[in-house]
Design a protein around this ligand. Structure first.
Ligand code: TRP
Length: 330
């Protein structure tokens, strides 16, 4: 079934291999089978990164990275959140029915209170209403979200349901998470941690050049090597094998697995191979990113067209919502 899908990404930095395999690669397939709205959540990024110099840089980077990975602006709607003022308007309206208590109890909010106690702003508190506005303004039915966003999606459903109940309408659908199933793979960290993230020494960016990428892989955490045949793998080694399974051929994977199980493995060789195979994936993308970024006019055209498509829905929703709420006087 064709679904209305919405997905946003905060503009706080470049995309890494985890973003690519966890989401982006799936978005590329999904755009042909659904009505997809992909946007850059620049307003959301202001809750943590209000940096007027970096913001334009980050927005352009992600845009180029999305396009380079294969999102087709002729097929999906690709836009910037702040280019839809209707989202901000719906956010304001939804906030009238969002309770302080439920917002304060949100896990991501509590986390930010711990992490940036000097800047616990209202934007952080109402992060979930802005996200709900992003989603329901298009009457989305599906949202591809990771574990960390599930609570936000649940709140989106709650806000949608509350609106419907309060005004006695069946207006907003309650969106559920789009499950990629087997297609979504989690890329573990190079530092032995469970997940590739932005922290230092853990992350391979799509834009990393060959030298940087090789260096990062060669520095990945390992252990002293297997001491007995068929020894269980430590976390850092399991991580390398997990990445290898995703980017390398089965023959390559089996070769190193056998070497490991015979205690003959040389991690240096394995990493060298791994870096080569990651480069096979990232090099064409990196080259396209550079090409796309050099064409400002093209980027400008893409987001203008994306905003135009997205605003059609958004304007209709806002008009209807205001009608439902009684915001119509003469
Ligand atoms: N909160 C999401 C994140 O940090 C980004 C986001 C903003 C989003 N609005 C959205 C995701 C709407 C899906 C739908 O990853």
């Amino acid at each position: 079934m064709r679904e209305i899908v919405v997905s946003g990404i905060r503009s706080t930095g470049n995309l890494h291999l985890g973003n690519y395999y966890g989401a982006l690669r799936n978005f590329v397939k999904m755009q042909y089978e659904n009505d997809c709205y992909f946007f850059i959540a620049d307003l959301h990024s202001l809750t943590t990164h209000p940096d007027p110099k970096m913001l334009p840089v980050n927005v352009k980077n992600i845009l180029a990275e999305y396009l380079a990975a294969g999102l087709d602006p002729e097929v999906c709607s690709l836009f910037i959140q702040s280019d839809l003022p209707e989202v901000s308007e719906l956010y304001l309206l939804l906030n009238m029915h969002a309770y302080i208590g439920e917002l304060e109890r949100t896990a991501s909010f509590k986390d930010k209170v711990r992490k940036q106690p000097e800047n616990v702003n209202a934007g952080l508190l109402t992060y979930p209403t802005l996200m709900a506005a992003d989603i329901i303004i298009h009457k989305a039915t599906k949202v591809p979200v990771g574990k960390d966003q599930e609570q936000h999606l649940e709140m989106t459903r709650r806000f949608a349901r509350r609106f419907n109940t309060l005004y006695g309408v069946e207006y907003f659908p309650e969106p559920t998470s789009y499950n990629f199933g087997e297609e979504s793979v989690k890329i573990p960290g190079l530092d032995g941690s469970g997940k590739m993230g932005k922290s230092e020494g853990n992350c391979i960016y799509l834009i990393d050049d060959e030298k940087t990428l090789r260096k990062k892989v060669m520095r990945a955490v390992t252990d002293e090597g297997p001491q007995t045949p068929n020894a269980p793998q430590s976390q850092p080694i399991e991580n390398l094998f997990t990445i290898m399974k995703i980017v390398s051929s089965p023959d390559t994977y089996n070769y190193f697995e056998e070497k490991y199980n015979n205690c003959e493995i040389r991690y240096g060789d394995m990493k060298k191979q791994l870096a080569e195979d990651i480069l096979q994936v990232t090099t064409p993308i990196r080259e396209r990113i550079a090409e796309i970024k050099s064409d400002e006019a093209y980027l400008r055209r893409v987001v203008a067209q994306g905003a135009e498509k997205a605003r059609e829905n958004a304007a209709k929703t806002i008009a209807e919502v205001k009608q439902i709420m009684g915001i119509h006087y003469f």
